[in-house]
Write a protein that binds this ligand. Structure first.
Ligand SMILES: [Zn+2]
Length: 416
């Protein structure tokens, strides 16, 4: 099972983040969780074929979570798809899609199968195939919102081929029968028991998609013992009030669900645009749960890296934008326009211009700080370069998170 985040923004896209969508690759098929307006483009860039989509699961009807659905369906039509596509979501998804197709005069070549979930359910199996099933449960958002769990069914145990051969098994059909749990009778009448040859069944992998919700027990139920819990972390704990008011989670809420559900890996996503550097959120989550990762668009997450690495190859080069380098030498203003000053390292040298007050206070202006740095530099020449780098926020130092507004040539809105 390979998880590829296609968009990790909340509410509105930013210059570097796209609207919510995650692809789950399994045995060549793709299952989409939410479908923001950029989802089909991001699939192309991720190296995922749109024709391989089997199911689309929509969490709720905030526009940023389903605005890519019609565009994607239209593309599939132009690609002459002929196999059925399942679209699952809250009641109303069928009417929405059908009305729009009718409005656009599109007569689909392929069948759409809708699975609609009512508000009063406790839990519903929305897809059940031979190899996996998907369960939906209501979450706690400002409007009806569904969380999903994708669960592989237990896989049959491995056949001990050497032992089987010794016992006289030669035909493929016999192996298949043994694997399916049936005993095989050889020509000489010997009965080969399935349990002698086949190992214990292996538990299937699982993935939970939980977005746009406050902490709620259903999140924990969906995420129980999953391999990967993909959970929203729109805000940091400092904005817990705002999270409660808007029906969202903080990174601490995400970590709480991960802890209570004993998931193997927490991946946080759905970042508010105010966090130009989402490592702030990761650091908070990691303090409460480990391992925790940031969802990075187009970067695959594997349940079995040894087997799965290299299967999904993205078509575009992924480069994480290093905010700290962009802001070097520029005005360090935060979103609210106030200057932010970094904390001085303790025990450093002093400019000597201040005779009173705590020199280690965090409110020292940056100019002084840089002077200090110039003074310190000659003494520190023997230290590794990494230690001298003044842009090492988020690398395990105790400095405060930095909030900057990215500046690009395209930011000059007045010109257009
Ligand atoms: Zn959202």
């Amino acid at each position: 099972m390979i998880i590829v985040p296609l968009g990790v923004a909340s509410a509105t896209p930013t210059a570097t983040r796209h609207l919510s969508s995650v692809a789950l690759w399994r045995e060549g098929d793709i299952h989409l969780f939410d479908c923001g307006e950029n989802a089909q483009m991001r699939m192309l860039q991720a190296g995922l074929k749109r024709s391989k989509i089997e199911n689309i699961f929509i969490s709720h009807f905030d526009v940023d979570h389903f605005s890519g659905l019609l565009g994607l369906i239209s593309t599939l039509q132009l690609q002459r798809r002929d196999k059925t596509l399942t679209v699952c979501g809250p009641v109303g998804i069928k009417e929405y899609v059908e009305w729009n197709l009718k409005f656009a005069g599109i007569d689909l070549n392929f069948d759409l199968e809708f699975v609609e979930v009512k508000e009063d359910i406790e839990s519903q199996k929305v897809v059940d195939s031979d190899d996996y099933y998907v369960e939906a449960r209501p979450l706690n958002h400002t409007k009806f919102c569904l969380g999903y769990r994708f669960q592989e069914k237990d896989k049959p145990g491995k056949v001990d081929a050497e032992k089987a051969e010794k016992l006289g098994i030669t035909e493929d059909e016999q192996y298949k029968a043994l694997k399916a749990g049936d005993d095989v009778t050889l020509e000489d009448g010997t009965v080969i028991k399935s349990y002698d040859i086949v190992g214990h069944p292996r538990p299937g992998d699982s993935f939970a998609y939980i977005t746009d919700t406050k902490y709620c027990p259903n999140s924990v139920k969906l995420a129980m013992n999953t391999n990967i819990l993909y959970h929203e972390a729109t805000f940091s704990e400092t904005l817990a009030d705002k999270a409660a008011e808007t029906g969202h989670s903080t990174s601490i809420d995400a970590a709480r669900v991960a802890n209570e559900a004993q998931t193997k890996l927490l991946v946080i996503s759905h970042f508010s645009a105010r966090y130009t550097n989402p490592f702030v959120l990761l650091r908070e989550a990691r303090a409460k749960f480990f391992p925790a990762w940031l969802a990075t668009e187009l970067r695959p997450i594997y349940t079995d890296p040894a087997q799965e690495k290299g299967i999904v190859k993205q078509k575009v080069y992924i480069k994480e934008i290093d905010d700290s380098k962009q802001s070097r030498g520029k005005d360090r203003r935060s979103d609210d326009g106030k200057k932010r000053f970094r904390k001085r390292k303790t025990g450093g040298s002093s400019s000597g211009r201040r005779d009173s007050g705590d020199r280690r206070s965090s409110s020292r202006p940056r100019r002084d700080d840089s002077q200090d740095r110039r003074k310190r530099r000659p003494d520190s020449s023997s230290r590794p370069r990494r230690d001298r780098d003044d842009n090492d926020y988020n690398k395990g130092t105790s400095r405060p998170p930095k909030h900057i507004t990215p500046r690009t040539p395209f930011d000059d809105f007045d010109r257009f």
